[in-house]
Ligand binder design. Structure first.
Ligand code: ATP
Length: 225
């Protein structure tokens, strides 16, 4: 049986309970030995975030500090240029292959909003050579575009309903996992912070403190709530 490692890449601008709860539930249900949170330095599909990669990573570090299963992985911050997932997977494979005797299955966690655009990712056809994909439904599917035909085909060719398959091959499956739907997004958090609304209970309290102290997202330290 392979060891399973969850990989959660994102902009984390900022990290929120949608990310954290999803990672926890997947770790519990699928048996991940760890979940790596990998902040993107220069995300290919989003405008360059106003908040620096170092600050977004610092928020991830704070948010996961009390969870021994969760690890911050800063490899995308150490590379120059666009942060492509394929490069991250290849470097993870190189590292884990050398260090660990037991075979490792990398489980790339993708929300449905990310999956519907997968065919626009750099070298997307190669991703499943390096990892499995764990597909999670994001709430509000009505707002999401239809799955392109080539992704319907990818899903058809690689789908498994049985999560045990993830432990028998190191890569190549797509598995869908139900989680508690939490309609939380970084975009909404940023928008609401700009108009002075409290984000308590959507993001961990130490992240609210960090945002306030560093005056991120248009916050004045004095408005801290
Ligand atoms: P933004 O609103 O800025 O686009 P986001 O909230 O989608 O950000 P990201 O950091 O881009 O957050 O997300 C990283 C990964 O986590 C993506 O695969 C995304 O689909 C997934 N994700 C984010 N929020 C949730 C959520 N509430 N439920 C399930 N998956 C989520």
């Amino acid at each position: 049986m392979n060891k399973l490692i969850g990989i959660l890449g994102g902009t984390f601008n900022p990290i929120h309970y949608g990310h954290l709860r999803m990672a926890q539930e997947l770790a519990d249900v699928l048996g991940f030995e760890e979940v790596r949170f990998i902040p993107a330095a220069n995300p290919p599909h989003k405008p360059t975030p106003e908040v620096s990669p170092a600050q977004r990573a610092a928020m991830v570090e704070l948010a996961i500090s009390n969870n021994p299963l969760f690890k911050l992985d800063t490899r995308e911050l150490e590379r120059t240029g666009t942060s492509y997932t394929i490069d991250t997977l290849i470097s993870l494979r190189e590292e884990l292959g050398e260090e660990i005797e037991q075979q490792v299955s990398l489980c790339l966690i993708l929300g449905s909003d990310a999956f519907v655009k997968l065919n626009t990712w750099h070298r997307w056809q190669e991703l499943l050579n390096y990892c499995h994909i764990i597909l999670v439904q994001r709430p509000n599917p009505a707002a999401q575009p239809k799955l392109p035909e080539e992704l319907t085909a990818l899903l058809h060719d690689h789908y498994t309903e049985n999560s045990v398959d993830l432990t028998t091959k190191t890569a190549g499956y797509i598995h869908m996992q139900k989680i508690t739907p939490l309609d939380i997004s970084s975009t909404k958090i940023r928008d609401e912070l700009k108009i002075g609304r409290s984000q308590r209970y959507l993001v961990p309290y130490n992240i609210i403190e960090y945002i306030s102290t560093h005056k991120l997202y248009g916050q004045l330290a004095i408005q801290f709530k």
